[in-house]
Design a protein around this ligand. Sequence first.
Ligand SMILES: *Cc1c(COP(=O)(O)O)cnc(C)c1O
Length: 366
Amino acid sequence: MIQFLDLKKITALHYEELHEALERTLKSGWYLKGEETRKFESAYAEFTGTGHCIGCGNGLDALTLILRAYIELGIMKKGDEVIVPANTYIASILAISRNELKPVLVEADINTLQMDDSKIEEAITPRTKAIMIVHLYGKCAYTDTIGRLCKQYGLKLIEDNAQAHGCKYDGKRTGSLGDAAAHSFYPTKNIGTLGDAGAVTTDDTELADMIRGLANYGSAKKYIFDHIGINSRMDELHAAVLSVKLKYIDKENERRRENAKFYIDNVRNNRIKLPSQEYWESSVFHIFPVLCERRDELKEYLSHNGVQTDVHYPLPPYKQNCYKEMAGLSFPITEKIHKEELSIPVSQVLETEERETIAHLLNQFE
Ligand SMILES: *Cc1c(COP(=O)(O)O)cnc(C)c1O
């Protein structure tokens, strides 16, 4: 069986170094808010090209903390609107609704699989405070139109960079394209740790200080609590692991991109729509998404022939039971993507022979 994502093999790539990092932390006697976290935060800030990186518990917390901090700073208030893609992972939207802000969903583009930037302006109202872009599947979602709209309407630009570590737009990394960005280091992400971890990056010092406090019970000074915070910190063990992983991200993303290029160059089947060359240029391929009208049959056929695939995602967030108030919404392109998307193995540990087998199978599907 060709696995969709072989985490054991991914860990094995840097086994010795990871082992050393874990042992160093184990022996240090210091497990939270220490040297490992500071080192990783500083390396990741430099990597993304931002002034601040704040480690936290996971990607959802990172997103939630950004919005929470804007509320504490008086920049947003309950009931304000945040524009977000209709076809994102539920976490992007949870972060908005958890803060009692209102998610305003915008339709996707069938070619980029990202928010259609020509449909954003009509969604802006006097209550709109931010646009949250999601670099879904590892593809950069930023466009000059989005940047211009944020300036023109005075909106904050927030990046959900859970899926696109290391991706670049015009020479700048995702995570540095907006006012603040949230990152997840969940094990399956392009940079993944051995459990949960996340981070916020930003150039805004006031925001960074607020987030650091909020993530530590709302305290900037020991035992002094100025805000109602949460406990969301990055463990030293995860920081030590992430410092190792960070060193290899560009190389590993390059391997993902090579695999993606191989599919783009070698799969020819008019039943299957592949990402375009243009898409390839701006993606680090967290996911290699293809569209197929008979998606479930294609999935079954690949599985029968020894290839594990996945679907990202079977149901749009506004059709989920938890968001009954959005049940009336309709986004035909988003729904088409959810019905037709299939994720093909593309990871940094996919073997050359494996991708050849997969391309051959895709060509033979009828
Ligand atoms: C994974 C993911 C998150 C949440 O990250 P966690 O670390 O699992 O909380 C948020 N947004 C997107 C798009 C994701 O893929």
